[in-house]
Design a protein around this ligand. Structure first.
Ligand code: 5GP
Ligand code: ZN
Length: 114
């Protein structure tokens, strides 16, 4: 059994509030939401970060972004706008080393991020 938290959520071995799923990816609400909409989109296959996935399987990265777009639509944040974030490495605060795209929306977000 893998000890990767997001592999285990994608395999439904660890419970999560799943809001959408495709053949390639799963979307679930962040346990510590930073915005009214805060959903994480992960590929079902394990890749440590976006760079690794882009190099190994760019079509799968596209499928992750496709599900993120669908989630933004179903969450009703498209008209106002939303943010997609893929923290990569320690300085960016990546804590789970299985690629995940944060879908953040429902409030105004400043730029640049802190
Ligand atoms: P990172 O900082 O790596 O970009 O983001 C990891 C995210 O995963 C954090 O926003 C954190 O709140 C979320 N997270 C950590 N553990 C769990 C969990 O067990 N379930 C869910 N749904 N989210 C989690
Ligand atoms: Zn994993």
């Amino acid at each position: 059994m893998t000890d990767c938290l997001f592999c285990r959520i994608a395999a439904r071995e660890v419970p999560a509030d799943v809001v959408a799923e495709s053949a390639e990816a799963v979307a679930f609400r962040d346990i510590n939401a930073q915005a009214p909409t805060h959903v994480l989109v992960v590929p079902k296959q394990h890749y440590p970060d976006a760079a690794a996935l882009a190099r190994a399987d760019p079509a799968l990265l596209g499928a992750v972004f496709r599900l993120a777009a669908d989630v933004a639509q179903s969450e009703g944040v498209v008209d106002d706008g939303y943010r997609l974030v893929a923290n990569t490495g320690d300085a960016a605060g990546q804590t789970v080393h299985h690629l995940h795209v944060h879908v953040l929306g429902g409030r105004a977000m400043g730029w640049p991020p802190g």
